[in-house]
Structures are given as C-alpha cells and as structure tokens.
Design a protein around this ligand. Structure first.
Ligand SMILES: [Ca+2]
Length: 226
C-alpha cells in the first residue's frame, strides 16, 4: 500500500479528482487534466503495483447479494443496446447521471465503454449481455484510450460501493474511495481473474471512487452503491 499511497499522493488526487472540479471542467479542459502541458497533473510514471492479497483473503470473491439497500444505485449496463467494439461507441460519461453516478477517465476522452459480450473478453460471471469494458491499447474514433483509471462520481455520499471485475490477463485491480475533501477513506487491491470477483469499499461519505488496473483488458459490471 505504500507504493499505492505514494502514487496516489494527495496532490495528484486533488488535481485529478479534486472536489472543486466540475464534471464539465474535467471533460472540457484537457490541458488541466493530463495533457502534455499539464504533465504535473498527470499520474506519475506507472509504479509497481502493490502486492495482491493471497486468494484466501479475498473476502469479497462472491458476487453481491440480490437484496440492495433502499436508495442504492444498481447498474448492470444491460439496459442499453451496446456494440461489440470500442470503435462503435464512446466512453461512458453521464448516461447514468439520473441514477446518481457519472463516469470519467483520467483524460478527457479516456475511459471505459459499455460493450456487448460479443466483444469477446473471455471472462465469465458478469450479468449478460453488457459490461463496462477497457482495453488500454484501443483508441476511440474521437480520440482517447479505453483505459483505466476510471472515476465514478456520486451525486450523494455513499457508504458501500461494490462492483464486479475480471480480466483474461494477469494483473491487479485497485479501487480507491474518497470523501468530499479528496481524502482516501477506503481502498482495496485484488488479484485479477477471468471469473468475475467483487471488489468492495466501505466508509462513510464516499463521493468518488477510482479504479484502475495494470492488466491491459478489464471488464467491470454489476455496480452497487448504497
Ligand atoms: Ca451486465
């Protein structure tokens, strides 16, 4: 966690997901969000990922329960008709704002997109047919990469956020929760698997969650935030 903490230094966190920034500002001003001129606001060079916990400690390996708390945000991404390929779509942004959560990438055009399982990510355990997909080597037609980190902003504070994640490739999945002051209040780090696992962060006052991976492919699905 020391490496993670160093990477996600307070200054970097504030610059990327600071509470003073608005969603519009983040998307509209690339020079303040990791462009060449704004290198100081970018993530530092990718560090070695923290060691993943041993499988025996993966307390959240089972999928979330079906019974959700009143007022919970529950997204399975299966309510839309999604394409098979990133070139046919754009990164997820405010499509679920009415449900209480918006999505951002590190850079204005970066981030995951909802794809149909015909995208052939070779993972299992998601809710069919769609999921939020990432491939760090793929560019969107309009620019930007289908890569993490992915930022989730909640319209009202949450105390429990969980989501399923998987990749056919080895790697580590990291999820970090922040309060309205931009302070890290919970985090989790888990080894990747091709079978969906559930990552959970719990703390009072979660307004922002960032997840990222060093695996080139990532599938995320079944978000619950209560
Ligand atoms: Ca789904």
């Amino acid at each position: 966690m020391l490496v993670l903490a160093k990477w996600l230094s307070a200054a970097v966190i504030a610059a990327i997901v600071g509470p003073s920034q608005t969603l519009t500002d983040d998307v509209a001003t690339p020079t303040t969000r990791g462009g060449v001129a704004g290198a100081a606001l970018d993530f530092p060079a990718a560090p070695a990922f923290p060691a993943a916990p041993a499988p025996a400690s993966l307390a959240h390996a089972a999928k979330g329960s079906a019974g959700h708390a009143k007022g919970a945000i529950v997204l399975d991404f299966d309510d839309v008709s999604a394409p098979c390929n990133f070139v046919q779509t754009t990164p997820l942004r405010t499509e679920y704002a009415a449900a209480g959560v918006s999505f951002l990438g590190r850079k204005p055009m970066d981030g995951g997109a909802i794809l149909d399982e015909c995208s052939n990510f070779s993972v299992s355990g998601y809710s069919s047919p769609n999921f939020l997909a990432f491939n760090s080597a793929v560019s969107y037609v309009a620019g930007g990469l289908a890569t993490t980190p992915e930022i989730l902003r909640f319209a009202s504070p949450r105390s429990h956020v969980e989501l399923g994640f998987a990749s056919p490739f080895a790697g580590t999945f990291v999820m970090v929760a922040y309060n309205a002051n931009g302070t890290v209040i919970a985090s989790t780090s888990m080894a990747m698997s091709s079978v969906m696992q559930t990552a959970t962060v719990q703390a009072t006052g979660i307004v922002r969650v960032v997840f990222y991976t060093n695996s080139s492919w990532l599938v995320v699905d079944d978000l619950v935030a209560s």
